[in-house]
Design a protein around this ligand. Sequence first.
Ligand code: 9WN
Length: 442
Amino acid sequence: NSGDSYPIRTLEELGSRARDVLAANDIGTMVTAAPNLYPHMWSWDAAFVATGLSTVSVARALQELDYLVAAQWKSGMIPHIVFSDVPGYFPDVDRWGTRGVAPEGVQSSGICQPPVHATMLRRIVERATAAGGEDARLAEEFTRRTLPHWVDWHAWLRSARGGDGSGLLTIYHGWESGMDNSPRFDGPYSRVQPGDMEPFVRTDTLKVTDHSQRPSDEEYGRYLWLVQQMADVGFDDARLPAVMSFQVRDVFMSAIFAAASEDLAVLAEQFGLPEEAPQLRQWAREFRDGVDATVDEETGLARDRDVLTGEWIGPPTIAGFAPLVSTADQALLDRQLEIFEGPDWTGDPRLAFPLPASTSTTYEGLKPRQYWRGPVWPVMNWYLAHCLRRRGDRKRYHQLCEASLAQLMEGHFGEYYEPFTGEPLGSMDQSWTAAVALEWLA
Ligand code: 9WN
């Protein structure tokens, strides 16, 4: 990518650069999450990348989801990383220790990520159906063929991670949330005490040389210890609750699950599995209610819960807006939107663009350059806007679209952005950033 003129001057140029980024990150089998830092397929990245790709080629978009589905474990879990053969990312498949547990021939991690797939597939199907012809035919064939796999994925989440009646999914690693070092997890991680393990060398800090943009070494020690704890029990779902020293009921992931279960029910009715729809809708209701019940009366934000201490988790992070994704309660929705547009979030006049940061900009723990502790993540902007548009809120979709396009015109397709200066941070040419640029332009 890159070209030599920054910033970008026109929306046409933004689109063409975004397509170049995805093409450059395409190694044939997969579009890697980023060229250098993340040379593999990540589960939720792949779903966003697929919807972006579908603006260019429905066939290529479906191929991406196909490759991910092929890595599904026998249990139904879709792993958070499907490794390519490109070296340079740590922890790699050997360190994960999933060989023999993952399906034959699949190199994967042993945890999951938020289930945005059915929502993105529904989006792709709608786009392909509107286009008609070969696109519509391919999308229908793909959906009919893979529906049982997506249903298995949701059934696994519900049974292995969400069967305790709370209407919330439990995660055993911050990586599963996709918001790795969010202050949401500081309390639970403070109780993770790494024991004896193989020494390791991080590769992420060789690539993002300003280390203040990445998690600390202490955090990485805990991340690797949790991997070790899972590997020690062979990634056996039934044994994880007894051994894992990190267990959090993740409110944002639960909202995503509720919304995606609804989307999957719609696809099931349309494409030959109508008998699955009532169960999927039941899960959607259960988790929607579970998410609503976490809302703190005082702050109006949804909260995670530490399973091991039974405590609510307090810091004001973007995950607090989980009800924007899933709720059916109009009063709650109105209150959340008021907060979202208020001075602690997108209404903070100091912001470079009126977009939600990963923590409230008035939070005392805000670190505006560090990963999930403050920066603005383009993929989150689009996902939340997409959820609002699905509710019929075109006005807010367009507001977020305008602000996001203005942000992206600086031209680097950053992984995340400094909220007050608009500086791109982390990886450049990040695939899901390019993908959502294409969605904004579609
Ligand atoms: C660990 C790929 C992934 C995203 C996550 C983001 C980051 C990985 C890492 O990159 O996590 O899974 O090595 O930092 O936090 O959301 O899916 O883009």
